[in-house]
Write a protein that binds this ligand. Structure first.
Ligand SMILES: C[S@@+](CC[C@H](N)C(=O)[O-])C[C@H]1O[C@@H](n2cnc3c(N)ncnc32)[C@H](O)[C@@H]1O
Ligand SMILES: [Zn+2]
Length: 170
């Protein structure tokens, strides 16, 4: 595989972004995905919190936090779609993180299923969001600090973004 000289995320050819019943566009499996398979790898420019704020109107929700005060994000409007992975949040997710930018299936995923991640695995920022994942175990409200929830720490052990896993250990 040869990378084009433009900023982008990698999305598995087994996936496709489509309208989601959770919110906006979501990422869906178009073929069966086995547990452990890579479904997406995040791309973008490395930006700090100050830059993220400055480019807020372009970046929107398309950034991924990779470390304390560091994010991967697009910097131009034309780059946003290429960088987005369209992973919605679910309280009953089928995707987790390996390292900081590699997203893998945490169980077998059937064709047509939406690929989702619990944002507790990737976020350590400040926000509160009403959840519309429709899961029976839905937490109703999701915050950027849900990684601190002990039950979730147990549930997603091995699938937190590395910078959050390091915080849980200390
Ligand atoms: C990375 S985007 C996901 C893709 C998004 N659906 C889109 O079309 O661009 C993250 C945003 O999607 C929305 N979202 C994702 N999961 C959600 C959920 N479970 N409930 C409500 N909104 C959600 C929120 O607005 C969130 O800030
Ligand atoms: Zn939910």
């Amino acid at each position: 595989m040869v990378n084009k000289l433009e900023v982008s995320s990698y999305l598995s050819p087994k996936t496709k972004s489509e309208k989601s019943s959770v919110e906006g566009q979501g990422l869906f499996a178009i073929k069966a995905v086995k547990k452990g398979e890579i479904v997406a790898i995040k791309g973008g420019y490395i930006v700090d919190g100050k830059t993220l704020k400055k480019f807020e109107s372009i970046i929107g929700d398309s950034e991924l936090q990779v470390a304390e005060n560091f994010f991967l994000a697009p910097l131009q409007k034309s780059e946003k779609r290429k960088v987005m992975m369209f992973l919605n949040h679910s309280c009953n997710p089928n995707v987790g993180v390996q390292g900081n930018i590699v997203f893998v299936a945490i169980r077998d995923i059937r064709p047509k299923e939406e690929l989702t991640i619990d944002y507790a695995m990737i976020d350590d920022v400040s926000y509160r969001m009403k959840c519309s994942c429709h899961g029976k175990n839905c937490r109703r409200f999701i915050t950027g600090k849900d990684w601190k929830n002990k039950k979730l720490q147990k549930k997603y052990k091995g699938y937190f973004s590395a910078f959050i896993a390091a915080k849980i250990k200390t």
